[in-house]
Ligand binder design. Structure first.
Ligand SMILES: [Zn+2]
Ligand SMILES: [Zn+2]
Length: 314
């Protein structure tokens, strides 16, 4: 789980994080809907009496460093708060039985909200504030809330933004090479990545969407539709050669940066409304990753998709 925005911190402020884990059962079904309606909306997650997850929670606390302790807050205190608010109420329990979810579906977005509402007032002091919280249900799906550092809010959900991330993998081959450069220049610029016969990676793709919460379900995106969209785009690159087999990368140097931008162009129109694509994070190897927030955050010519490389020899 990573913070899905580049956070701008006031000078001197830092963010500390702490994790906690709990295991719970749940199902997603609205009382006012019949079984078929619930299945259509929540798929297998609607089945009663439910199923279980090993949840992981991560909180980010922003604050100034106390010169006497060298800490933003004592991690023992934060650990105790997480134990009280996240672990003891939910660990080895059925979330649908908890009063916090009497009307709210125990979905990731609402679990984030419930934990945010419990923890935000407890952490708010003149020197620190809860800044973000993330909850993962499996290794491949997690939600998060990012708030402001304004401690004077009367409603602690004001100025918060929800994000939902689906992680997947694909395998692909590529060669980094610009035909406009000499062989020596290509070897010098791209190094081993210029190997004439290419090489490959197991890419990890994190697709983060944002949007308003549905008034009744609290969800910001239909997970089934999001997964279908991501799978349809991954099928265009998985087990293929990115230099030769992918139409939207034709004439493009398939660096992680360009692959991420190309995937954005494919995925953005497929995200089920009212959610929208917020970030693509592409992990190419254990050592390198790229994050892209869409053309509005880039240069004027950084349109959906990517620009072809200059093909004329120099
Ligand atoms: Zn579930
Ligand atoms: Zn490579």
């Amino acid at each position: 789980m990573t913070v899905p925005v580049p956070i701008q911190l006031p000078e001197g402020r830092v963010i500390i994080t702490r994790k906690a884990r709990f295991s719970s059962a749940h199902y997603l079904a609205l009382d006012e809907w019949d079984d078929q309606q619930n299945f259509n909306a929540f798929w297998k997650a609607s089945g009663k009496p439910g199923h279980g997850h090993n949840y992981a929670v991560e909180v980010g606390v922003e604050g100034t460093v106390d010169p006497a302790t060298g800490m933003v807050m004592n991690l023992t205190d934060l650990k105790a708060m997480l134990l009280e608010e996240a672990i003891e109420p939910f660990d080895f329990k059925h979330l649908n039985d908890d009063p916090a979810f009497a009307y709210k579906l125990p979905a990731i977005e609402n679990i984030c909200t419930v934990l945010w509402q419990c923890l935000k007032p407890r952490i708010a002091t003149p020197t620190m504030a809860l800044r973000w919280i993330a909850v993962s249900e499996t290794d491949s799906i997690w939600g998060s809330i990012l708030g402001t550092n304004d401690d004077n809010e009367t409603d602690c959900m004001t100025d918060t933004h929800h994000f939902f991330t689906k992680t997947t993998q694909f395998c692909a081959g590529h060669r980094l090479h610009n035909p406009a450069f000499s062989d020596d220049d290509n070897a010098s610029i791209f190094g081993k990545c210029n190997n004439p016969n290419g090489h490959g990676h197991n890419y990890q793709l994190d697709v983060t969407v944002t949007g308003p919460q549905d008034d009744r379900t609290g969800l910001i995106v239909d997970l089934g539709k999001l997964e279908t969209a991501v799978e349809s785009v991954v099928a265009k690159v998985d087990h293929l050669n990115l230099n030769t087999d992918v139409d939207f990368l034709t004439g493009v140097i398939p660096t992680a940066e360009n692959i991420a931008r190309g995937l954005w162009g494919q995925l953005a129109p497929l995200i089920p409304a009212p959610a929208s694509l917020h970030r693509i994070r592409l992990v190419e190897t254990y050592n390198n990753a790229v994050e892209y927030y869409g053309p509005q955050h880039g240069q004027a010519n950084d349109v959906m998709g990517v620009q072809p490389v200059a093909m004329a020899p120099r």
